[in-house]
Design a binder for this molecule. Sequence first.
Ligand code: MN
Length: 285
Amino acid sequence: MKICRFNDNRIGVVRGDRIHDITPLFHPLGEPGWPYPPYDWIIGNFPRIEDQIETYLRHADTVRLSAAKLLAPVANPGKIIGAPINYRDHIDEANADQQIAHGKTFTTLEQFGLFIKAPTSLNGPEGIVEFPFPERRTDHEVELGVVIGRRAKKVSREKALDYVFGYCVALDMTVRGPEFAGFRKSADTFAVIGPWITTVDEIEDPNTLDLELTVNDAPRQKSNTQYLIYNVQHLIEYASAMYTLHPGDVIMTGTPAGVGPVTPGDVVKARVAGLGDLTVRMARS
Ligand code: MN
């Protein structure tokens, strides 16, 4: 299934060119009081309504996909986890470009571990990406996004996919410079996910997906997740050794070569095969 969030925080199933509104299925569940749990309430409760969806779709309200305003498909990710250098060709381009390397030599992912993008950096389809420092180089990074479905702590890579809710296209927007990744990659609007979540059952192998990105329709990045150094299962094992993963947490799995600067007004289109197209526009200064 393709699960989206749209219009006024409605939850939908995308089928063809229509969105089927399944929001009422969540109404009987009641909502949590303060203090709120550290997970996304819709993703966390999805298993409780999943069996009712096919029956409900027979009489669900629908809207045309092209007429809906799509929102980031996870509203409240507890954390957005990034993998800094996870494709060989990106390590090589980073080492060859001092605007990226800043005197460092990149070798392996575990040299830097993972980083966290603040939940307040969340952005969605057709979103506007802002420039926190307009005078500094700001880059696009297309990535496969993994949405966690169940609480996961110290899971092995053999069991890792049991904890995945689904996949989406992700953009890890980045200011280049010497500061920590958690600063440069966490600006408001810098964590773009969408256009919806394709559930784990529809993707036979997340480590064989083509991904690409264009800026104003000019090709910039093109690769395949088979070149991930830490593949999806390995990243979940590694991340869950450090953090408890919760439903709705997002892992951005890393970017291949071809990263580069964006400028005001640019239109950035990111695509992962089978997961849809994600388009954002860079703010005009
Ligand atoms: Mn990245």
